[in-house]
Design a protein around this ligand. Structure first.
Ligand code: DC
Length: 681
């Protein structure tokens, strides 16, 4: 997951390959609640790990369910099975509508005292119609903030309330289908001696989500009949029964981004035997999720989609895509993806009947309109529709910093704008908001996106020893979400490997050490460096290892042998490369090269503090003399001498803190980006 302030997507050209998708949010949270209401233990396979399922699991634990998460994406839940939940309890539900609404209904019927709250946006998302329906039944629910919105309190100190169940329970269906889902999942608790009837007032929106609810209720032993989606009858004698094991399908809404991707891209040209198209694993055409019907919309725009029980294959068909005019009531979430596909269409696309967008994670109609306009599209919005006309000419596309409104779907669908014909990068602000449903979305995108190496940005940072370049480079990489290449480590590891193989580090063994370097079994795992299966993180950091590295790095054949390995670090979304010849030899086309330096006195002092803090004794004078001698040697050597690349910016950080040096480099980097200054931070 990228936890950076923003993530810059370089212009992407092509994509192909296979993507496994995480589990469906809607199915995950419904299954968790149903398991919590059942007796016995339910084993949930392929559960989505995300913010929304996290708050649900935490809440279930708080009310007394036993939750065992030791099995990765397989979670065991032992339900309440008719016993009273633990209370009083304060439940924090983040921005998860799929937790807030059903838990409110279930806890109101189970009895006890609860406070349910969420993030500020959750407190702007309506719940009044559900509360009205529950109050009709006799539940006591108070608003703790604004009427009609969370936070709220369920006040049933005396246990299960007496419920008025004889008359049909009426609930509005035209604001959010989650109100009906909440009642459908909770009321079986009360349908013991008599059937319970729910009547929907107003046209029911998002019917497919109700269909998922009914399907899952059936898996947990609850029979619900409905007449034309207006009148739902829960059978008398209802009792939740755990199915034992249940599998969560991959999220069909998440699939929409990759279906769109397959429709937009071709595979990289010129690659022999390259597989084309995008294959999605985990969800197929027979999915129970309503958003699978996104496939029809994508086909209408030109995508060629085939599929089986648990997979989909998408290839580009019509190009440019065909503009469409579509009622999207049946695919409210996935339809956002259509709004971005519309950027690649041959005319104006209209998405209708999407009023529910206004009460989702953000006002999605306003959000989509604003951000699509930033890219150069012409957008018209209404109470319940959006109309998108793509930029007319290639020159009309604009580089945009996409604000994401803490809305995972805004972030994910706008990543597709990186395939724009103007080859402009796209900035996604607050990329971690995808954690709501798809924490590794960008990693998944990068795993199939293909881009020529020169298109991937590289920042090179070099400088004399103890200048702080390693620390600054790592911090810059972290701030941008870029990879980090510590090229010095390559030489340190090569030296170590040579010595382990019994080779003295000298010109006589140059060829053999070079061969070793070419097939170096090195891996970087977080801050760990592994050579084969050995953790060599500390071994390569000693002064002696540094001296050996210096000697090995003076052998031209070894330098050549390491070129390919270093090039392989140039991966999406970008790279910060630290070391001697990064800007001159390895990445001469890097758009930013920094030569970080500091006075010898200053570097000696830093090294001194570093050594003392590790418990070594040292003398500043000796260290300074060593550094000056090493500078002289490094600058005058014939192989890869220490000197700034011609086009490097020199940054003397003698009087700067690490943080200030990092900021300076980031400012230089920002100045090279096309995004408007207002979007920079
Ligand atoms: O940055 P460092 O101290 O880990 O580097 C170890 C040695 O390798 C040092 O003598 C410089 C040399 N080196 C090099 O020649 N080329 C690089 N790209 C990186 C390091």
């Amino acid at each position: 997951m990228y936890s950076t302030a923003f993530l810059d997507l370089p212009a992407l050209q092509a994509a192909a390959g296979e993507v496994p998708l995480p589990g469906s949010k809607s199915i995950s949270n419904r299954v968790l609640l149903l398991a919590a209401l059942s007796s016995g233990t339910t084993t949930v396979h392929d559960l989505l790990a995300s913010d929304d399922t996290r708050v649900m699991l935490d809440a279930l634990r708080q009310i007394g369910c036993v939750v065992d998460e030791s099995g990765g994406s397989t979670v065991h839940i032992t339900g309440l099975g008719g016993s009273t939940p633990l209370s009083p309890a304060k439940l924090f539900l983040g921005n998860a509508g799929t937790a807030m609404r059903p838990l409110t209904a279930a806890l109101a019927l189970l009895g006890g005292e609860f406070e349910l709250s969420g993030v500020p946006r959750m407190h702007e998302r309506p719940i009044g119609d559900l509360v009205d329906a529950l109050r009709q039944l006799g539940c006591q629910i108070d608003y703790l903030g604004n009427d009609g919105y969370p936070p709220l309190r369920i006040a049933h100190a005396q246990g299960v309330p007496a419920l008025a169940l004889a008359a049909p329970i009426r609930v509005r269906g035209d604001v959010s289908s989650q109100f009906l889902t909440a009642l459908l999942m909770a009321l079986p608790l009360a349908a013991v001696t008599q059937p319970i009837v729910i009547e929907v007032v107003g046209e029911l929106i998002s019917k497919p989500y109700i269909a998922i609810t009914l399907q899952l209720l059936a898996r947990f032993g609850i029979v619900v009949e409905h007449q034309n989606w207006q009148r739902f009858t829960i059978a008398a004698g209802s009792r939740y029964q755990s199915p034992g094991d249940i599998h969560v399908e991959a999220d069909a809404s998440s699939a929409s981004y990759f279906i769109a991707l397959g429709a937009i891209v071709t595979g990289a040209t010129g690659q022999k035997d390259a597989k084309s198209g995008i294959k999605i694993q985990g969800v197929g055409l027979d999915s129970i999720q309503g958003d699978i019907r996104f496939v029809e919309a994508a086909r209408a725009m030109g995508a060629v989609v085939t599929g089986g029980p648990n997979w989909l294959q998408i290839d580009r068909g019509a190009w440019p895509l065909q503009a469409i005019d579509l009622d999207c009531n049946h695919i409210p979430d996935a339809a956002m993806t259509l709004a971005v596909m519309a950027l690649y269409a041959n005319g104006t696309t209209t998405l209708r009947n999407i009023a529910s967008w206004r009460v989702k994670e953000t006002d999605r109609i306003a959000a989509m309109a604003t951000e699509l306009r930033k890219l150069g599209a012409t957008v018209e919005e209404g109470a319940d529709f959006i109309r998108v006309t793509p930029p007319e000419r290639v020159e009309d596309w604009k580089p945009a910093s996409i604000h994401t409104y803490d809305d995972h779907r805004v972030a994910m669908c706008f990543s597709l704008a990186a395939f724009n014909p103007a080859a402009l990068p796209v900035r996604i602000e607050d990329p971690k908001c995808v954690a709501k449903t798809f924490p590794d979305y960008f990693e998944a995108l990068f795993s199939v996106a293909q881009v020529a190496a020169p298109q991937i940005p590289v920042i090179c940072i070099d400088g004399p020893t103890a200048s702080g370049k390693g620390t600054v480079a790592a911090a810059v990489a972290q701030r941008l979400g870029y990879g980090f290449l510590d090229s010095g480590a390559m030489y340190r590891i090569t030296a170590l490997a040579a010595l382990q193989a019994g080779l003295a580090i000298d010109a006589d063994h140059e060829a053999r050490i070079a061969t070793l370097a070419q097939t170096l079994p090195v891996r970087f795992e977080g801050s760990k460096v592994l050579l084969g299966s050995d953790d060599v993180t500390d071994a390569i950091r000693t002064e002696e290892a540094g001296m050996n590295a210096s000697r090995v790095s003076a052998l031209p054949a070894v330098r050549t042998a390491l070129v390919q390995l270093q090039h392989s670090f140039r991966r999406l979304p970008g790279l910060v490369a630290d070391g001697r010849d990064m800007g001159t030899v390895i990445f001469p086309d890097a758009p930013l090269k920094v030569f970080l330096t500091a006075s010898a006195a200053c570097r000696a002092e830093r090294r001194y503090k570093q050594l003392i803090s590790k418990g070594f004794s040292a003398s500043i004078e000796d260290l300074r003399a060593d550094l000056e001698a090493r500078d002289a040697r490094d600058s005058s050597r014939s192989v890869a001498p220490l000197k700034p690349a011609q086009d490097a910016l020199v940054l003397d950080n003698s009087d700067l803190t690490i943080e200030q040096a990092v900021e300076k480099v980031l400012t230089w980097w920002q100045e090279r980006q096309p995004f408007a200054a207002s979007a920079q931070r």
